[in-house]
Design a protein around this ligand. Structure first.
Ligand code: UD1
Length: 313
């Protein structure tokens, strides 16, 4: 049995990785500062939990000790939050990442798989977005995520630490927390519609995203731990489609059976217009294909929010 360290493992995506690894009989350790993660996300799992802030080096060193793989998910994953408070996001997204890489190098970890972000592409004129395109970050968050992946590649070149970046595209699913204005849009729309409140669409709602159900990301990340010939690579993991916010909103209205109309507000600073992944590289290097479609994922997510006892505020 290998030991997997999941940084940010009490969060939305991290807890899904933990769940799948435990299901496969692997050993899991989580390190999380519980800033957005919750212990409740792991309550059903037999995992070791370290509560601490990876921006402090001793925490990073203690966390990676004995780990075979590090799945680095810890971050403040919000574009608008980074626009408002770039320093706090920098500390969480860059300082902590550098600590994790140094600690992983020194502890001779087998491979680090890093949670990259589609936001690194910015507003490229061409869709879908392919990994060979030049990055063009539009927000501190996007830049920080890009720096994290480049640090990983540099550690591979300089020190021989195996690193892989999986670029996520608007991941959604059960346990995504809708309680902050910075939460992912699908969680916010579902919670509003379930409570009969009007959600807010920023801009005209015609911006598009490659919304990706979390199980697809779990597949991609766990395959990237073991796949040969991927060290130093940056790989998109998504569905390859794109959906506008207006279409998303209507799909959720139908699923939930709520007719309340959205309010429209000014576009958010740092927002990307269109986002759609080319997933050819993931197919080639990871034999990846999305196993849960956007529509199936949306149904499963709505069902989860309905069934869960979570009080949506
Ligand atoms: C970005 C990144 C994504 C990253 C995520 C972390 C891009 C293309 N993607 O997502 O890789 O993982 O940050 O948060 O940059 N919106 C509304 N109403 C709301 C909330 C959001 O209309 O109440 C809109 C936003 O303006 C945006 C879209 O919905 O156009 C998606 O927003 P959000 O879910 O916050 O994610 P991104 O910023 O796209």
């Amino acid at each position: 049995m290998a030991l997997y360290l999941i940084t940010g493992g009490a969060g939305f995506i991290g807890s899904h990785l933990a769940e799948e690894l435990v299901r496969r009989g692997e050993r899991v350790r989580v390190v999380d500062n519980l800033s957005t993660g919750k212990r409740a996300n792991l309550a059903h799992l037999d995992v070791e939990v370290i509560v601490g802030d990876l921006a402090e080096m001793p925490v990073a060193r203690r966390a990676v000790e004995g780990a075979d793989f590090v799945l680095h998910q810890a971050a403040i994953p919000s574009v608008p939050r980074s626009v408002q408070d770039p320093l706090t996001s920098h500390r969480a997204n860059i300082d902590a990442t550098l600590n994790v890489l140094i600690a992983a190098r020194d502890a001779r970890v087998g491979r680090v798989v890093y949670a990259g972000s589609s936001s690194a592409y910015g507003d490229t004129p061409t869709l879908p977005k392919v990994e060979t395109m030049a990055a063009a970050p539009l927000s501190p968050y996007a830049l920080q995520k890009l720096v994290g992946e480049q640090y990983g590649q540099m550690f591979t070149r300089l020190y021989g630490l195996e690193t892989v970046t999986i670029r996520y595209f608007n991941v959604f699913g059960p346990r995504q927390d809708p309680s902050s204005p910075y939460s992912g849009v699908i969680s916010l729309f579902i919670s509003a519609l379930c409570e009969g409140r009007a959600a807010t669409i920023y801009g005209d709602g015609e911006q598009t995203r490659d919304f990706t159900y979390v199980a697809n990301v779990v597949d991609g990340v766990l395959t990237a731990c073991h796949a040969p010939g991927v060290s130093g690579e940056v790989i998109n993991v998504a569905t390859g489609g794109r959906t506008s916010l207006n279409v998303l909103y209507r799909a959720l209205q139908d699923l939930i059976g709520a007719r309340v109309e959205p309010g429209y507000a000014a576009s958010r600073a740092g927002d990307v217009r269109d986002s759609q992944a080319d997933i050819t590289k993931a197919q080639r290097l990871l034999a990846y294909r999305p196993t849960v479609s956007f529509a199936e994922g949306l149904r499963a997510t709505v069902e989860w929010y309905r069934a869960s006892q979570v009080t949506i505020t």
